[in-house]
Design a protein around this ligand. Structure first.
Ligand code: KMH
Ligand code: ZN
Length: 309
């Protein structure tokens, strides 16, 4: 069977890292749009987008902050836009889906289980911080329960159903695959579902290749042909796990949301640098990357002409 092309997702800024941690982390609308467009030019078919407050880089789910960059991204690239519904430490599920409801993108994220989700160990690395909010935000992430109950998942699925949005089902552990199977069985999602296997978040499964094989085998058993998959390794695991996934027939996600580094101990200069690196690896190892339209075909997306921005 012909090997499927590899879809590269670039996750541009996220809700974990803060401006102190890297000058490359984008948070103004100009910088988010610019880095998103460059990542697409480097080979990303999907752009996974969060918003930030332009004045201090704080995590934002205000639709106005998305409105400041989404049209620019659309005008300058054919890449698929994927809007996060992850939110930040304190948002309700209704707040978290407001941007997706307003902009009706081709894709949005959907987190498949409640969990501890912590990055507090990062706080020890910094003595001074660029902005007031950062230290507390990072340190207090050890008090955080990332809430994604079955009711929350159903709320997202039914609120967004009229928009024909394909979800990036974020699965941080093997139980989340079973949650997704249950949700498919009760009719919330139609095949093929797109699963992002996530490794290395504190609170989720660790970033070992054994775990990737276990997740993949479990997904094969639960979903058969009814799924497509991608891998996100957090921090130092990013490039290694992406490389392994691409060799196993999977798709990959890179980006400053998930890792600030380009190699051991060296900060990445941009999202596009990470995309260019994984593209080079994928192609050197004999696979091809998918264009945005090929990604649309592979995932069954509605098309950029049916978005609300
Ligand atoms: N930051 C990633 C580990 C979301 O946006 O909904 C998970 C994520 C969640 O991308
Ligand atoms: Zn995200």
């Amino acid at each position: 069977m012909a090997r499927s092309k590899v879809i590269i997702t670039s996750a541009i800024t996220g809700a974990i890292h803060t401006p102190t941690m890297s000058d490359a982390l984008p948070y103004t609308a100009d910088d988010i749009a610019g880095q998103a467009v460059s990542a697409a030019e480097a080979g990303a078919a999907i752009l996974h987008l969060h918003a930030r407050r332009p004045e201090d880089g704080g995590v934002s789910i205000d639709p106005e902050h998305f409105a400041a960059f989404l049209p620019r991204v659309k005008q300058s690239t054919n890449a698929v836009v994927n809007i996060s519904t992850g939110g930040s430490l304190k948002n309700t599920i209704e707040e978290r889906i407001a941007p997706a409801l307003r902009f009706s993108p081709e894709m949005c994220s959907l987190n498949m289980g409640s969990m501890n989700f912590s990055f507090h160990p990062l706080a020890k690395r910094y003595d001074t911080w660029k902005f007031d909010w950062e230290k507390d935000y990072v340190e207090n992430s050890d008090t955080y329960i990332f809430r994604n109950t079955f009711r929350d998942i159903e709320t997202v699925a039914s609120a967004l159903a009229p928009h024909d949005i394909k979800f990036e089902h974020e699965c941080y552990d093997v139980g989340h695959l079973y949650n997704l199977r249950f949700c498919m069985d009760i009719g919330l999602f139609k095949a093929p579902v797109f699963i992002q296997f996530i490794f290395g978040i504190l609170g989720g499964i660790g970033p070992e290749v054994d775990n990737l094989i276990f997740m993949k085998r479990t997904a094969d058993r639960l979903f058969g042909e009814a799924y497509r998959w991608s891998v996100l390794g957090a921090g130092a695991a990013q490039m290694g796990l992406a490389t392994t996934a691409s060799q196993m027939g999977g798709n990959v996600r890179v980006g400053l949301e998930d890792s600030l580094f380009i190699s051991r101990g060296k900060l990445a200069e941009s999202n596009s640098q990470q995309v260019a690196k994984i593209r080079r690896i994928v192609e050197d190892l004999g696979a091809e990357i998918a264009s945005p339209d090929e990604a649309r075909e592979l995932l069954g997306l509605k098309g950029a002409d049916r978005t609300g921005f």
